[in-house]
Design a binder for this molecule. Structure first.
Ligand code: CP3
Length: 382
């Protein structure tokens, strides 16, 4: 913990003083569901809600590169607020940024190529490459722009909805850092786990440390909830999930909670999104008392009632509408929303409605609006 530095709070000496400068929260449905309360209806937000399906997003992207948007607090704030301004039915905002800012903070070059997605031109190929990574990372120096964007966004939100901060999970980030981009087979990153298990664990811990510092900094800057995206967790065998990915996730939740407590901060709800992790033995680990995360993000491959049976009654669930339902037409959307809401009501416990993965670029903005309306209607608890 010695390397930890408290991010500079904008004109305030403590987070409490900073918090008192923000407009009061008018809609706390998300935070209530994240505390396990059965809310009158499910709060709803959508992963990648600030994205390419919005014409106003594309307007900004015409003039600015992807990482310029992430690194310029005024642009990140503008993009974060776009879906909130357009859809009053949204119950949460998520800061506009990317999981790949952590490899950048670790000194790796990351490009966002229009047709390919992320590209890391100099991936880690053998453990000798680990020498390229710095011993420690000063998150305030490398990622202070994320904290500035969070503080600015809290002001722009004017208390309409809570703001979620996030990071990528160590395994998912290691996969990008070893593959050099996306992959179908993950053979470069997964072979590290077989060939170099100890070095892989050291790398995962190093990434986890930066992720934890990034999350703490986001909370101190004004984030009211946190999410960790383990998008490629489902590529691992259950054995490798338990041996490599999971301990690094626990490292993050423990460190975040420990540092925030040391700083006298209140508890912050934390969500884990371990995409495509379906093995009962892995899901059994994801109980709050073992993992440290109080909400579990489900992808669309799991049924709410089945998931509830496997993870127990304590955890809140988030998800898990098929992102493709947004191409299903008004009737199709309504029918599927009604069906999934019924399953979550049967499952019981805290529920935050979301898609099972990010919204895709060809969705019509009015279909997203209709989806949100349907969730409001059918998630009402009777
Ligand atoms: O949810 C939000 O609205 C907040 C912003 C956000 C983005 N990326 C913006 C983005 C969040 C939370 C992410 C997380 C992220 N980034 C994940 C985890 C979630 C998931 O999708 O599994 C991952 C794996 C990444 C890495 C990443 N960034 C990829 C694979 C891509 C390309 C994907 C594609 O659709 O082309 C990105 C680019 C990206 N991140 C875009 C946005 C809006 C689109 C790129 C653009 O504007 O050119």
């Amino acid at each position: 913990m010695a390397s930890y530095t408290i991010p500079k709070l904008k004109g305030a000496d403590t987070w409490r003083e900073l918090e008192s400068k923000f407009p009061p929260l008018k809609n706390d449905l998300l935070l209530r569901a994240a505390r396990g309360e059965e809310t009158p209806r499910a709060p709803v937000w959508v992963m990648r809600q600030a994205g390419r399906y919005l014409p106003e997003f594309m307007e900004v992207r015409k003039k600015h590169s992807f990482f310029e948007c992430c690194q310029t607090p005024e642009l990140a704030t503008k993009l974060t607020l776009q879906p909130i301004d357009r859809y009053p039915a949204l119950d949460a905002s998520i800061i506009f940024c990317d999981i790949l800012v952590v490899p950048q903070a670790l000194g790796m070059e990351v490009l966002m190529e229009p047709s390919k997605g992320p590209v890391l031109p100099q991936p880690l190929t053998t453990p000798a490459d680990l020498a390229r990574l710095p011993e420690t990372v000063d998150v305030q120096k490398e990622l202070g722009y994320v904290f500035d964007a969070i503080t600015l966004t809290r002001q722009g939100l004017d208390g309409r909805v809570p703001l979620i901060g996030f990071c990528g999970a160590p395994w998912t980030l290691m996969a990008y850092m070893c593959e050099g981009g996306g992959s179908k087979t993950f053979e470069r990153s997964k072979s590290w786990l077989y060939k170099y298990p100890e070095e892989s664990k050291a790398l995962l811990t190093k990434i986890a440390d930066v992720c934890a510092d990034l999350l703490v900094g986001q909370v101190l800057a004004g984030a009211q909830m946190l999410q960790v995206f383990d998008s490629w967790a489902g590529e691992l065998t259950p054995n490798h999930f338990q041996e490599f990915a999971f301990p690094a996730l626990v490292h993050i939740s423990r460190k975040v909670r420990h540092v925030l407590k040391e700083l006298g901060h209140d508890e912050v709800p934390m969500t884990l999104f371990p995409r495509m992790v379906h093995a009962p033995s892995s899901l059994a680990l994801l109980k709050p008392e073992i993992s440290g995360y109080d909400t579990l993000g489900l992808d669309q491959g799991l049924d709410a009632v089945e998931a509830r049976r496997l993870v127990g009654p304590e955890i809140n669930l988030q998800g898990n509408f098929d992102p493709v339902v947004l191409y299903g037409g008004r009737e199709g959307i309504e029918k599927e929303v009604a069906r999934v809401c019924k399953r979550f009501h049967e499952a019981g416990g805290g529920w935050i409605a979301n898609l099972g993965h990010g919204i895709t670029p060809n969705v019509k903005p009015e279909d997203m609006g209709w989806f949100l309306e349907c969730v409001h209607k059918y998630s009402v608890r009777k």
